[in-house]
Design a protein around this ligand. Structure first.
Ligand code: FAD
Length: 250
């Protein structure tokens, strides 16, 4: 392993400089620790106010990229009780891991088992970049690996009105990587249904319940996993989508 260089910047502009010089941001380190670490070095994000923001301006919730799943989930649950994103954040992995995994690290590494990909897509969340304060839609960010690699995320912005909905994660035991997850929300009789774990990555479907059920049936493809065939996983996902769409009630 390389002798890694670590930096502990105190301002956002220092972070941007390290990022542009080829150093990688360190969130919770739970993904980095499993990689070859064939990188120039790391910089810590947890001392930067803009990356630790938790705020509500009435229209949007803003959550800093260095905020952990535990802190984001608990705070959101206070400001918007029973929302589906808190449920996803607070049921991912285990307590010690949730105390480390950050929003930014999770979005950038985008593991197939990410618990936040489907709910954030469903909530129409927006990525705020550190460098230019530019906003990127989550769909664009997820689908373009180059953007993910080359963007230092400072926070995410979630429309307050989009957090009413439901979330389901399919696992064998509580503490297990999910095989797939589904989030469904409804606004003005239009449903949004996001699915993660399928072969095409996090996918969003919108429309009436009939349109969503038809489209998910046509487009979702799963790989066999942990003893389950791809057909079983797909049937299971379609059954859960049907239930959640019914609960959302459009
Ligand atoms: C045993 C285990 C079980 C797990 N189970 C689950 C689970 O059930 N559900 C779930 O959702 N997750 C789970 N995870 C977490 C998941 O696999 C990733 O490890 C995690 O999402 C990475 O987040 P992090 O903050 O630790 O990122 P890090 O490891 O710190 O970083 C990951 C990548 O993101 C980059 N990065 C970090 N912050 C930023 C930023 N602000 N802007 C741009 N790039 C950034 C880093 O440079 C690096 O390339 C589990 C992890 C482990 C080890």
């Amino acid at each position: 392993m390389n002798n890694l260089i670590w930096y502990y910047p105190k301002t956002k502009s220092e972070c941007i400089k390290y990022f542009n010089d080829g150093f990688r941001p360190h969130g919770g380190g739970t993904f980095l620790v499993k990689t070859s670490l064939n990188i120039k070095g790391l910089f810590n994000l947890s001392d930067i106010d803009e990356f630790k923001i938790l705020s509500n301006d009435g229209n949007h919730f803003n959550i800093g990229s260095a905020i952990t799943f535990s802190d984001a989930g608990s705070w959101l649950n206070l400001v918007s009780p029973d929302n589906y994103l808190s449920k996803a954040l607070l049921n991912a992995a285990s307590t010690p891991l949730r105390n480390r995994i950050t929003i930014g690290g999770s979005l950038c590494s985008l593991p197939k088992w990410s618990d936040i990909a489907a709910p954030l897509l469903c909530a129409n969340a927006i990525i705020q970049t550190a460098e230019s304060d530019k906003e990127i839609s989550l769909e664009e960010y997820f689908y373009d690996r180059k953007i993910r690699k080359n963007t230092l995320v400072s926070s995410i912005k979630i429309p307050v009105s989009n957090l009413n909905g439901t979330y389901y994660r399919f696992t064998l035991t509580g503490f297990d990587y999910q095989i797939f997850s589904v989030a469904v929300s409804e606004s003005n009789s239009i449903l949004r249904c996001a699915v993660n774990g399928n072969k095409n990555g996090p996918s969003l479907f919108t429309g009436t319940s009939t349109e969503i059920l038809n489209e998910t049936e046509q487009k979702l493809i799963f790989s066999p996993e942990r003893g389950f065939s791809s057909e079983y996983i797909k049937n299971r996902a379609l059954t859960e989508i049907k239930k959640l769409v019914k609960i959302a009630g459009a």
